[in-house]
Write a protein that binds this ligand. Structure first.
Ligand code: BGC
Length: 754
């Protein structure tokens, strides 16, 4: 009996033992295998595997869903029973995964367990705000908490692997998937990427409540031309390395186990067959040794791209680019063996792919107990735990950005009468956002109306829908005006349907859809002196120029999730003082897109004194400035920043420069402030952005309190890529500490190299 056969016997005995001794199964700190052990055992299994079985490990198919739970189509069942299916997506529940796992373990020749992957994007059952919202919190602990709770729930429901985090930098709000990322900034997205990975994967993947994370989509997907999903991406190597790649490197530094390819082509070569990004950079330069999965049917799509002659050719191109797992295309299953026989693919590539996938399964402890993630009791005890829902409430508050608040329209007090108007005010379906796959759209979520009822007697709330999200029907306008007349304040909850952002949901018009803006205008016309507070539920930066001119306050709540109504009400009534800041720029109109804070200067920059000057880099019909800049977000209190102080205005490469500012809470409320550090490299061998976020700290100040915030800047913070090399150059840098990206530099330092 070889190692693997012995192990299988032990495994069966262990399963019986584990079933009897549930506690052991739950023991969170049990590390099953050392790395050396894993490699030895993988070798042992692989020595028994046929080529078909090895190819089988590189194949992933989706489960289907019926009323009773997940099931597998007859074709896929055949592959599964033959031992030719290594992973499945879209399958969850402890019961469903256990049944399928049983087939893999007990009915196949080698009993290799299946790996179950799922899109756990901003929560699993307990849904948090959409990722752009989570990023607005600028709170890395919260990001980790979101991922931790998501992993707790998903792992209890049979899921081993999430296709997250999505860390595509995106600067074009037309692109629907802007909702799923962390915004436009390299530094912020990179820090957030690390926190997601830590949260999902925990300290050690052998712990039962951890899942594999997946850095996606490698790379450039957020730069799709014209904001149209899946569209072409062309960009120079410097931009690729300085802007789009760093979050992925950060994910590797945090130990991310898997990567997903992007759908787009990059400079003429589709990502899924792009040797430059996967072989040269990911493997050779960065040393990534986890496995790479394609995006959904991305291998087949190489044919449509015009890069592969047919699906067989596509399989050849993908495997030769180091893509280990084929999600849904079937091309690896159908053609890899043939390609090896024909000498077009080296068998060692299959061995490597299979090895990496088996290692991941070992790390998760699936060879020790393939059912360890499929425990119904644990599932029942874990899903929607009270503290998870409480966390979702807290994070909904911390993710909501107060964009505007004149005359202290917010917070509300609980003596006022409110006219609650809008198609999303009582909504429980859209509020959980677009990628809440396992989320409940039928009643679990708490609406804004319900949240407000926690603070206000129902007799003080009048409700009128006013209009639909997207229709031409004015019939509800009168009722809205009538209740508004009787109320102290008007609270409108407007936005996009959840399907208007996310995958395959690009828009050319980024205004509020339907008659919603008309409804605001009507109320403003009828009631010129009544305060209107606009609460927005949407998945992208919108053009809010008209709305901004009509209302007194705007609270951007994104899609705030299962406990969203409560978290938002906490802000509306001042229990939580808003602290979120935009991770993305809001344009004045779609014509400014793409617009982001860290632009280049151009040879003809405008001057602030004369922004409309002729023959300068401006528009003749719009200012260059956005409506709301990156980093912007108001509080109920105010913060004052002292002038920045530097430890030295000359610094050597090996030295650390300290920059500090005293921040004082000068308003009437205690509150959090996100203190942001920006630097500008004035002259370099390739031009650098006019400002770049380099660090931030979130602090809490009681009213009247002051704190000194100090940042340490080292040479790493000043480096950038030129032609594939990470460089540092001497010279003058501007530096600022601010509560928004909208500021003017007035301090510099000089860097000399060692
Ligand atoms: C998306 C991925 C996702 C995959 C599996 C694709 O359409 O682009 O982000 O993980 O589907 O659901």
């Amino acid at each position: 009996m070889n190692d693997y056969q012995t192990m299988k016997k032990i495994q069966k005995a262990l399963i019986v033992l584990l079933t009897l001794c549930h506690c052991l199964c739950l023991s969170a700190n049990n590390s099953y295998n050392s790395e050396k052990d894993i490699y030895r055992k993988v070798d042992s299994i692989m020595s028994l595997m046929t080529l078909d079985e090895k190819i089988g490990q590189t194949i992933m198919y989706s489960g289907d869903w019926n009323k009773t739970g997940p099931y597998v189509t007859s074709d896929n069942m055949k592959f599964l029973k033959e031992g030719n299916l290594g992973s499945m997506l879209n399958v969850y529940t402890s019961k469903g995964t256990k049944e399928l796992q049983k087939i893999a373990v007990e009915e196949t020749r080698l009993g290799i367990p299946l790996l179950f992957g799922y899109d756990v994007i901003h929560g699993f059952k307990t849904i948090f705000p959409i990722n752009l919202g989570i990023a607005s919190s600028w709170d890395l602990k919260d990001v980790e908490e979101v991922a931790r709770i998501s992993a707790e729930e998903a792992s209890a429901s049979g899921v081993h692997w999430t296709f997250a985090p999505m860390i595509d930098i995106a600067r074009d709000p037309r692109w629907g998937r802007i909702s799923e990322g962390s915004g436009e900034d390299v530094y912020l997205t990179s820090e957030i990427a690390k926190s997601y990975v830590k949260g999902f994967q925990g300290e050690n993947l052998s712990h039962i409540n951890t899942i594999l994370a997946c850095a996606k989509h490698f790379v450039g997907y957020g730069a799709a031309q014209a904001g149209r999903d899946y569209h072409t991406v062309n960009m120079g190597d410097n931009e690729l390395r300085n802007v789009y790649m760093p979050p992925f490197k950060a994910a590797i530094d945090s130990g991310v186990e898997t990567f997903m390819t992007a759908f787009n082509e990059l400079n003429g070569v589709p990502a899924t067959a792009n040797q430059y990004i996967f072989k040269d950079i990911l493997r050779n330069e960065w040393g990534f040794n986890g496995f790479v999965v394609t995006d959904y049917t991305a291998i087949n799509e190489l044919v449509n791209h015009g890069y592969a002659e047919n699906e067989k050719h596509a399989a050849e191109l993908a495997i030769n680019s180091g893509i280990d797992m084929d999600m849904m295309s079937g091309a690896y299953r159908r053609f890899l063996k043939e390609l090896i026989v024909e000498g077009k693919v080296d068998e060692t590539l299959i061995n490597e792919a299979c090895r990496k996938i088996l290692i991941a399964k070992f790390k998760l402890g699936l060879f020790d107990d393939p059912y360890r993630y499929s425990n119904e009791q644990r599932e029942e005890e874990t899903i929607y735990r009270t503290e998870f829902l409480e966390s979702a409430r807290k994070i909904a508050s911390k993710s909501s950005v107060l964009l505007k608040n004149i005359n202290k329209a917010l917070p509300l007090n609980n003596k006022q009468t409110i006219a609650l108007i809008g198609p999303l005010a009582k909504d429980k379906r859209n509020i959980i956002g677009s990628w809440a796959a396992a989320g409940d759209r039928n009643g679990k979520a708490i609406s804004i109306f319900q949240g407000i009822k926690e603070y206000l007697d129902e007799s003080n709330i009048m409700f009128a829908k006013g209009c639909d999200i997207n229709s031409n029907n004015y019939s509800g306008f009168n009722e809205a005006v009538n209740i508004a007349k009787k109320a102290d304040k008007i609270l409108m909850v407007l936005g996009e349907d959840y399907n208007m952002s996310g995958e395959a949901a690009s828009r050319t018009n980024i205004k509020l859809p339907g008659l919603q803006t008309e409804l605001i205008k009507t109320l403003r016309d009828e009631l010129p002196n009544k305060e209107i507070i606009l609460i927005l539920m949407n998945g992208r930066p919108l053009d809010l120029t008209i709305e901004d001119s009509l209302v007194d306050a705007i609270l951007e709540i994104w899609y705030p999730g299962t406990s969203g109504g409560l978290g938002v009400a906490d802000i509306l009534f001042g229990k939580y003082n808003p602290s979120a800041k935009l991770p993305i720029t809001f344009p004045r109109n779609v014509g400014q897109v793409p617009i982001y804070y860290n632009v280049k200067n151009t040879g003809r920059p405008i001057s602030n004194d004369n922004p409309t000057e002729d023959y300068k880099s401006n528009y003749i019909d719009s200012p260059n400035t956005p409506l709301y800049p990156f980093g912007h977000g108001l509080s109920y209190t105010t913060f004052e920043y002292s002038e920045i102080k530097l430890s030295n205005n000359k610094v050597r490469e090996s030295e650390i420069l300290k920059a500090s500012s005293i921040i004082t809470n000068t308003g009437e409320y205690d509150g959090h402030e996100v203190v942001q550090l920006y630097i500008h490299d004035k002259v370099a061998s390739i031009t650098r952005p006019v400002k770049e976020l380099k660090d931030f700290k979130k602090i809490f100040l009681r009213k009247g309190e002051s704190k000194t915030v100090t940042f340490e800047i080292n040479s790493d913070d000043l480096k950038f890529y030129i032609n594939g090399k990470r460089m540092i150059e001497s010279g003058e840098f501007e530096i600022a500490i601010s509560g928004t990206s909208d500021f003017e530099f007035n301090k510099t330092f000089n860097l000399t190299l060692d």
